[in-house]
Write a protein that binds this ligand. Structure first.
Ligand code: ATP
Length: 317
């Protein structure tokens, strides 16, 4: 496959209804490299589901272009579908069928012979720890199990790009972490993954690159470290001493990588984009000045602070 898995230019979806006009996606331009785990991060209503809907041919754009696996989503939907697996936001498994049957049906639909579909269904269920649940009906499964069946089903025809819309929404923390492991494993196999999420820590934990979207547009896109640097966000080191750190504040300001330093009571606060090594230098500067260290706090920039810096608004969860 080409180096680029997904490419959009000015992608747009405008809904017109009796209640008015909604620009669900308002000119979205982005590029996902083959083999990447790419996150669409944004609050509820940001346009994530609509974007994934257009990229997976379920929703027809009202403007712009999108190519997935090299194929145009409007002109070549069948070619797009060959490249993609889709895990929807809500459980859309057939509840009358067993886990294995859900997968087999998908395999048959994709043109696999019956025996091959069954073999692959069992292999995938085992891979995701569901071997013993193969003959269980969907109605008998937990949310986390059903989510794993949906991912397995999406992989039946060996797609090279997997789309997941808020895959861990509503799952308990342990199940969510298990699912993260599954996604990492899929990605290690070379597949491209595009996932949407409104959980900052999920994007931070999983994704190689992230597009932060709000109100249907990309606010920023890149590796997390790049986004943090681009927004000028600094790590804040707060060192509390048993005396007045005023005597070392000038020294702290002169340390390589320190953007600023200030003192408040017996606390020294240091702002930096490159915190590595600075803490050790501050500890020894304090020792040399006869100050004993009572406490250290390191607050790193998070996606929450990035969002705030980009929009001036709190992240709406
Ligand atoms: N069929 C539709 N008709 C009218 N408006 C719609 C339709 N689908 C979505 N919207 C609106 O488009 C905007 C984006 O919705 P979308 O579902 O893509 O956001 P989202 O980021 O996926 O949010 P969520 O996490 O809540 O699913 C919202 O304002 C939503 O109300």
């Amino acid at each position: 496959m080409a180096d680029v898995a997904v490419e959009t230019s000015e992608l747009r979806k405008t809904y017109v209804s009796s209640s008015g006009v909604t620009e669900a996606v308002a000119g979205l331009t982005l590029r996902v490299g083959a083999g990447e785990m790419f996150g669409l991060l944004g609050p509820n209503g940001a346009g994530k589901t609509t974007t994934i809907g257009m990229l997976t041919t379920r929703i027809v754009p009202t403007g712009g272009v999108a190519r997935v696996g090299g194929a145009d989503v409007v002109r070549e939907p069948i070619a797009v579908k060959r490249h993609i697996g889709v895990v929807a936001q809500y459980n859309n498994l057939d509840r009358q069928l067993t886990a294995c049957e859900n997968l087999e049906f998908r395999g048959r639909y994709a043109g696999l012979p019956a025996k091959e579909a069954r073999r692959r269904a069992i292999e995938l269920l085992e891979r995701f720890g569901l071997g013993s649940r193969a003959t269980a009906r969907i109605t008998e499964m937990s949310g986390g199990q059903a989510q794993r069946v949906m991912i397995a089903r999406a992989l039946m025809h060996r797609p090279d790009i997997l789309f997941l819309d808020e895959p861990t929404s509503g799952l308990d923390p342990q199940t969510r972490v298990n699912l993260w492991d599954i996604l990492r494993e899929i990605r290690a196999g070379g597949q491209t993954i595009v996932l949407s999420t409104h959980y900052m820590e999920e994007a931070e934990e999983l994704c190689d690159r992230i597009a932060i979207i709000d109100r249907g547009a990309v606010l920023a896109c890149g590796e997390l470290a790049e986004l943090k640097t681009a927004t000028g966000l600094r790590t804040v080191l707060t060192l509390t001493y048993d005396g007045d750190p005023e005597k070392i504040v000038e020294q702290a300001r002169r340390l390589a990588g320190v953007a600023d330093a200030e003192v408040s009571e017996n606390r020294l606060r240091v702002f930096t984009l490159a915190p590595e090594g600075i803490l050790a230098a501050l500890v020894s500067a304090g020792q040399d000045a006869g100050l004993a260290l009572a406490d250290v706090r390191v607050v790193r920039p998070s996606l929450e602070t990035v969002f705030l810096a980009l929009t001036g608004r709190e992240y709406r969860d």
